[in-house]
Design a protein. Structure first.
Length: 728
């Protein structure tokens, strides 16, 4: 074979090998990264285009494409799996994470602004400097407020949370002007007079000023906060944007991207210092929960079985604690009833013994009560033998004078006892009745109950003679002290139990998320290698983890009633009604329900978010447990009677067996199979706890299954404890 022929043969073999390789190993599709454009899209794309180069240099076998998207476009890209990675604000991350089951972020953004690096950011509330009527959060009421979207963390939710802490519901108290992205549109709306106040994220105003597009002298900041990072700030700080991998992304690719981000040096991306390890976004989640913002604007579902199977020991411990509290409460109630009966008996006995002076004296002596007879003008006092023996003296030992009696009083009680006597002489009291401590012969003090009345007056009408009794109530006072200590112990126990429930529920979520994350990785990596039974078991495990997370959230909500919820205040019940009707409107429209409201809707003293949750649970139950092929008809009736507000929710649903009424309001009590109706049985238990927190009662009426049901509750209109404050 000639040299030319050999060369041609080699070229042919090389070309054949290249063609085979190209068909055997197809090129990987580009990796798409969606970035939320809170500034104009061209500016955002120009800034983040450098990220694709950084990643391609570190991972040359893959191409990376950065897309600047608004909220709707970003969510559409996630839903359609068009995107592989997402860089968005923390509030939006929590929202889409709950929708799609994302794992923890790969990294957290570190920005470089105004010569400083920071991995936290906040919100800004601003207005024109010339507006003298806008200076504090209270001035937000009734004003036009410009914001990009209600889903924007730094551009709306942070500011709304600060306003909520001041008692202002931004959505109800103000008129929102939603401009859409970018934040520059909010600044323009305020400068042009389309809005009175603007909500934007920190750093936007400074950036506009640096670019020469804004004179900061025209702007004033409301609710100014002190920060070493930001000169213009109105809220507390929250973690910066997370960089998240979608569940469909290859695990090895996600690891390489995460490593590249964490090792990326400064100045690779304009305005970006780099990335750091993932931050804790629990503060953002808590903010969204308090605002009832997405994804926490729906009623959570969970089952008792999931918690019991996973955590039987904490559940048993919690049940034992609740049983102990109930047992101690019943004991305290029984002792209180006994003490009240004893006091009533003594009081009635003294009234019956007032017929005659001498008969009264001798009868009381026989009844083991001391008698005293005081000549007010002379100061001489007759103390019966029993009276003296009560404090350890013989009949001839204690001086028969008013001064001797007064000097024997406990120093802490003297002023109060003498004032009570003065009020009686002035006619302010119909009967002299007072409890105090007297010094005994051995130096100790004993509790005495003294009662008496004036039996003679001078011609001028002044008191001249007074008769009375002394009763030894030292043992009763000891019992009262023990009862108070038991009551305080019960209160502390309740607080400890609530904190225990909160801690257990809260601490359960982290390992549960870890379990969910690993199950999701198993599902992605092993799906093709598993048979049908294995895939079904894996799905069962994933569904169980989701239900358990919902149950834990519900337990947290249950433990917060009366402790982490809004304080009681004077609220309009019709406003709460309208808020709840707006919340259930999508579900009502879906099942073609007719909801009728009637009656008087009063102003009452209650916790607003607890009352809202109560009405919401009752309405959702009425819509949920409906007859098949029959549109729900729900009648809500409100009435006020004898200082109580009574509200009933009547439906034409599946009804309740009267024999099951006692179980209905218990923890995790389900009357229907889960295959027929979703639910955990915790909703009505939460209703009962809210009603108890308001010193009311709740009950249900139903003619039986298929006959519909009527839930009714009754709570006082006004104050239910001495800790409630009067309205101003």
């Amino acid at each position: 074979m000639t040299k030319n022929a050999l060369l041609k043969s080699s070229k042919f073999l090389l070309l054949s090998w290249w063609l085979l390789a190209s068909f055997a190993v197809p090129a990987d599709a580009p990796v798409r990264i969606g970035v939320l454009a809170y500034r104009p899209k061209p500016q955002t794309l120009e800034q983040w285009q450098a990220l694709s180069k950084v990643l391609h240099q570190a991972i040359p076998e893959r191409e990376f494409i950065v897309e600047a998207l608004n909220y709707d476009e970003l969510e559409t890209g996630v839903d359609s799996k068009h995107l592989d990675f997402v860089l968005t604000n923390p509030g939006h991350y929590v929202h889409i994470s709950y929708q799609h089951g994302f794992s923890a972020p790969l990294a957290t953004l570190v920005r470089h602004e105004n010569g400083r690096s920071h991995d936290m950011f906040g919100g800004v509330i601003f207005a024109l400097a010339e507006r003298r009527d806008l200076n504090a959060l209270g001035d937000l009421r009734g004003k036009k407020i410009a914001a990009t979207s209600q889903d924007s963390l730094g551009g709306f939710q942070m500011q709304a949370y600060e306003a909520a802490q001041a008692g202002i519901d931004i959505v109800k108290a103000s008129q929102l002007v939603l401009t859409g992205m970018p934040h520059d549109a909010v600044v323009e709306a305020v400068l042009s007079g389309q809005a009175d106040i603007g909500f934007i994220r920190s750093g936007v105003l400074e950036d506009l000023a640096t670019r020469g597009q804004l004179d900061l002298g025209r702007i004033k900041i409301l609710n100014m906060q002190t920060s070493a990072t930001f000169a213009l700030l109105s809220t507390q700080l929250y973690p910066e944007w997370p960089f998240v991998a979608l569940p469909s992304v290859d695990r090895e690719l996600a690891k390489k991207v995460a490593g590249t981000l964490l090792l990326m040096g400064p100045d690779r991306i304009p305005g970006i210092e780099g990335f750091t390890i993932p931050a804790d976004y629990n503060s953002v989640e808590q903010l969204l929960r308090n605002l009832r913002a997405k994804p926490f604007d729906a009623v959570p579902l969970f089952t008792l079985t999931d918690i019991w199977q996973r955590y039987p020991t904490p559940v048993l411990a919690l049940s034992a604690g609740v049983f102990l509290v109930v047992l101690l409460s019943l004991s305290l109630f029984s002792v209180n009833r006994y003490l009240a009966a004893e006091r009533r008996r003594v009081r009635e006995q003294n009234i019956r013994l007032a017929d005659s002076e001498y008969r009264w004296k001798f009868a009381l002596e026989g009844a083991d009560e001391g008698v005293w007879d005081w000549d007010i003008l002379s100061g001489e006092v007759f103390f019966s033998p029993r009276w003296k023996s009560m404090i350890g003296y013989e009949p001839d030992e204690f001086a028969n004078t008013f001064e001797a009696w007064r000097d024997s009083l406990h120093p802490d009680d003297t002023e109060r006892v003498l004032q009570t006597l003065t009020d009686y002489f002035d006619g302010k009291n119909k009967l002299y009745w007072v409890e105090f401590r007297m010094r005994c012969k051995d130096g100790r003090h004993k509790w005495i109950l003294a009662k008496g009345m004036v039996v003679a007056h001078t011609p001028e009408g002044k008191p001249q003679r007074m008769l009375g009794t002394h009763v030894d109530i030292d043992k009763h006072k000891q019992i009262e002290q023990e009862l108070r200590q038991s009551h305080d112990a019960l209160l502390r126990s309740n607080v400890d139990l609530e904190q225990f429930a909160y801690s257990v529920s809260h601490d359960m979520r982290q390992p549960l998320r870890m379990v969910s994350g690993h199950l999701q990785f198993l599902e992605r990596n092993l799906r093709e290698s598993l048979d049908e039974d294995a895939r079904q078991n894996l799905n069962f495990a994933l569904e169980g983890a989701k239900r358990m997370d919902a149950m834990i959230v519900s337990l947290l909500e249950y433990s917060r009633v009366g402790r982490k919820t809004q304080q009681k205040s004077w609220i309009a019940s019709d406003a709460v009604r309208d808020e709840v009707l707006q919340f259930v409107e999508p579900l009502a429209a879906q099942c073609q329900a007719n909801i009728h409201c009637q009656g008087d809707w009063p102003i009452l003293y209650a916790s607003r978010d607890e009352l809202s949750r109560l009405l919401q649970n009752l309405l959702v139950n009425a819509l949920h447990y409906r007859q098949e092929y029959q549109a729900p008809i729900i009648d809500i009736n409100s009435e006020v009677s004898d200082g109580f507000w009574r509200l009933s929710v009547r439906d034409n649903g599946i009804g309740i067996d009267p024999g099951q009424f006692e179980r209905l309001f218990q923890f995790f009590s389900r009357l229907q199979a889960r295959q027929r109706f979703d639910g955990t049985g915790m909703g009505l238990a939460l209703c009962r706890r809210i009603i108890e927190h308001h010193n009311g009662k709740i009950w249900v009426d139903s003619a039986g299954e298929g006959q519909g049901s009527c839930f009714t509750f009754e709570i006082p209109l006004g104050y239910t404890s001495t800790s409630d404050s009067q309205p101003t």
